[in-house]
Design a protein around this ligand. Sequence first.
Ligand code: SAM
Length: 531
Amino acid sequence: MAEPEELLQELRSKATELLLREDYKESITAYSQFITLCQDQIKKTHENPDTDHVPKLQKSLCLALSNRAEARSRLREIGEALKDCDEALRIETAHFKTLLCKGKILMNLNKYSMALDCFKTAQLDPQASDGSSKSLNGHLEKCKKMEFLSRTGAFDLSDWVVNGFRGKPPELAEYIGPVQIRKSDIGGRGLFATKNIDAGTLLFVTKAIAIERSILGGEGLGDNAQLVMWKKFIDEVTNSASKCPRTNNLLTTLSSGDGEFDIEIPDMSLFRPETDDSCRISVEKLDKNRILSILDVNSLVEDAVSAKVLGKNSDYYGIGLWVLASFINHSCVPNARRLHVGDHVLVHASRDVKAGEEITFAYFDVLSPLGKRRELSRSWGFDCCCKRCRFEEGLHSRQEVREIEVSLERGMDSGAVVFRLEEGMRGWMVRGKEKGYLRASFWAAFSEAYGSEKLVKRWSRRIPLADTIVDSVVEAVGSDERVLKISMGRLKKIDGCGVLEMERAQKLGRGLFGKAMKKQAMKILLDLCCS
Ligand SMILES: C[S@@+](CC[C@H](N)C(=O)[O-])C[C@H]1O[C@@H](n2cnc3c(N)ncnc32)[C@H](O)[C@@H]1O
């Protein structure tokens, strides 16, 4: 039998070779054998105080733990990788390689200031070679930037937009702005504004737990490919939950559809990546069925801003889970929109929001009539009872409303539909925001009437100004590309568009795309939107 010394040497070489070959699974097995043997040797050597072997063995053990952590992090076994790092750092508090590995893991977990501490301590190590210190400096700079962004939310997507969305999307950090989770009158829990905010204000940025993307081309192929994607997506989420305790913990806070009435309100600190959650990790393990139900209720379709604005890749389909965004309920008078950039989602106010108001998204197209919205909300598994739905249900018993609906369906001149609706609203004493609700419901007619020069000419004396319609629809349902298009189309026709008009367009643009772009980038987006 080989002597322990030889065996250790053999195992170390094997593990290192496997690591270099990127065979992480086998390398972990070899390092585990090495670590166990090494720990045994240390114990035995301790029993025999004559020997000076201990420091040497400790050094080897520290390096093996560090390398196993690296292999584990590559396999996204985050919890185990961090444990290895901590054990290695207990042996050697300033071990360069371990600090670099731990820093990178923490940065991936969006724990920027903790990662920064690791990189700063590693910088002090005199043994860091030129090559490794270069890579360390790179991580340090990136981490500083991320830490600043996650604290301030000062994101700027301008360069990316101005460069035509070329290259990789900008790197984003997780950020939580003026929002908190509370019990909602709409259903279960919801997200609420903690202060008055104006259109375009960033509410939060969060990274997906998992995203599955594909180009789904061709009829028939689509359904099958979607099923395959869905399966991969479920596997990816299950895998992340089993390997990362924080992910598992976050998933346990999400609704699986049942019993939303008395569902627990999670503490906001749970969503702040920097919070030390080691003592709060839930022991609850999620089985596949629960994960399936959670994904069913909370997954979102990715709507990449680059693809959307450029109108490219209409067959592109992405599905993902963004935990904090999952607390946002649907409303047919939404006040927030999301922007997908890389694996992150940026959520901003799409109109001005008052402190205490619930933040809501549109889960489906809200520029559609009540009947269609009812159908869509049922396909999501609930009956929407937002204030717009309640108001329109009250009005729906009126014969005239149904007649307008029918005339729209039958393709009647849309100028005439708009005229009838506007006249009707006068008679039914519809006021203020509620006018916006109905205009949004009959948007198809408004869009056609105000989008056609011929119809505008024919009806202009009998229907309201385009700006009045745009303002009231935006006040009701927030900014929307189609509404903005009407406004921008009109601006283009005015010779030498004035400062006030441009300011107005920029405000609508902020509601649509958020404030993370400067004026020049916003102008490009607005032009693209209308082209
Ligand atoms: C993504 S979750 C939203 C957060 C959820 N309320 C919670 O407590 O976790 C989606 C679920 O919220 C509920 N929901 C969202 N919008 C709703 C609405 N307008 N009316 C009724 N229920 C709604 C439905 O149960 C839906 O399946």
